[in-house]
Design a protein around this ligand. Structure first.
Ligand code: ATP
Ligand code: MG
Length: 193
């Protein structure tokens, strides 16, 4: 499951848990992005903080792990590189790339769509307030993509960052350890947006 995870929240964790159960996956590997090229319009928290918050959030689940492939690779993150690296590390694994339906809609702006579909099955998680247009859905190869409806959790990282900047709580939106990590490292300060 790829994401910026700035910060990771219960929407991500519920989505991962649902998809794990749905496909009976052995493991869900969370892959925090390196330099996210889709988000060049805002300051993204250093990868090491995002990585550690993801480790904290997933530590208690024996089926959840975190991969550093994207943060250790130089340059912007492209999904094709993520999948190639994971395939090299886990040559026998059948890969499922889990992402939000919103991100899936951008798939044709991603590099090498044919190779992407050859390397992995794609799982698009629907999230509250998002409906995919028919043109996008129709363009996606039906045998390589599954849409999974996730219980509506109207949580986004953007909202968690803004709440923290306004001094409002993020308790129960993100795991307890992540609330404490954000406070300890003064992430999302008032004067930075
Ligand atoms: P931001 O608000 O900064 O864009 P985000 O909450 O969308 O952050 P990302 O790290 O961009 O978090 O998310 C990684 C993936 O998880 C995305 O593909 C996104 O669509 C999906 N996702 C995020 N929040 C939810 C949610 N509440 N339910 C289901 N999927 C979600
Ligand atoms: Mg997002």
């Amino acid at each position: 499951m790829g994401g910026t995870f700035d910060p990771i929240h219960h929407g991500h964790l519920v989505a991962a848990s649902e998809v794990q159960a749905w496909f009976d996956l052995d493991e869900v590997v969370f892959v925090p992005t390196g330099d996210p090229w889709q988000k060049s319009d805002r300051v993204v928290t250093p990868a090491e903080h995002r990585y550690l918050m993801t480790v904290i959030a997933t530590a208690s689940n024996p089926r959840f792990t975190v991969s550093r492939v994207d943060i250790d690779r130089r340059g912007p993150t492209y999904t094709i590189d993520t999948l190639r690296d994971l395939h090299t590390q886990l040559p026998d694994a059948e890969l499922y790339f889990i992402t939000g339906a919103d991100a899936l809609a951008d798939i044709f702006t991603w590099r090498h769509p044919e190779e992407l579909f050859a390397l992995a099955q794609f799982v698009g998680c629907t999230r509250p307030g998002y409906t995919m247009d028919d043109a996008t859905l129709g363009a996606i190869p039906a045998d390589r993509v599954t849409m999974v409806e996730i219980p509506a959790l109207a949580i986004s990282s953007t909202d968690c960052r803004e709440r923290t900047r306004r001094g409002e709580p993020v308790w129960y939106l993100v795991p307890d350890g992540v609330v404490q990590y954000i406070a300890k490292h003064h992430l999302y300060p008032k004067d930075q947006s």
